[in-house]
Design a protein around this ligand. Sequence first.
Ligand SMILES: C[S@@+](CC[C@H](N)C(=O)[O-])C[C@H]1O[C@@H](n2cnc3c(N)ncnc32)[C@H](O)[C@@H]1O
Length: 250
Amino acid sequence: MKKVFNAYSSYYNLLYKDKDYVSEADYIVDLIKQHKPEAKTLVEFGSGTGKHALLFCEKGFQVNGVEPSAEMLKIAQSNSHTNLSFTHASIESLALAEKFDVATALFHVVSYLNENEELINSFRNIHKHLNEGGLFIFDLWYTPAVLSQVPEKRTKITEDDHIKVIRNATPVNHWNKNIIDVIYDINVFDKENKEDYVLSETHNMRHFSIPEIELLAKLTGFEIIKTEEFLSGETPGPNTWGVCFVLSKV
Ligand SMILES: C[S@@+](CC[C@H](N)C(=O)[O-])C[C@H]1O[C@@H](n2cnc3c(N)ncnc32)[C@H](O)[C@@H]1O
């Protein structure tokens, strides 16, 4: 189980403060209403700090968030709702007796699964935790966009009343593995103590083509019922970094 998110977690919500979790949750709920309108229970893999999970609860779902990073989980658990619970596990290791109507893995969680074996085991375990006809909805890095845009070094600066965070992201492309290592060098300036704190972590991100996911779905007992650009619903192409898949358990 990867632990890259443990140090990063303290700054995660600040780094992604402009991410529109509300529109994303609305988009996912629309997909669920289209393809499984009777769905009531949802398991969210890689639930991170729990933002989508809480929104899904507010929209009437009973939600279990599954997260391997203890630190991300701690932040998630500060969200409270009667229909919200969290489990400390990875996709591969989850072993609940309960089955769900829908599984989600949002904000590129599947791209963190790098090896074929890991992907097969993960999809099989998700299949095991779904009711008959259950949906698995996820978004991931899309190969045509990654190869035509080729990631470059980027800097993100963000702050609140207490800290200023400067994050440099340096990509290393493993052309023959479909993996980009994104090396994050993060400098945190504590405004009260006037002290700097530096941390570094690498996120290994795999990108996928549609036929690859088709193959994986077939191998693990799913069929693809929708493939589109995440949020816009457009047909994926060389400018579509994030593609959303809706799979159904067969
Ligand atoms: C980019 S974050 C997304 C978090 C959250 N879904 C969101 O939208 O804010 C990726 C998350 O995937 C989790 N993750 C990475 N590998 C995982 C695995 N094998 N099983 C479950 N979660 C995993 C990380 O711990 C992290 O919380």
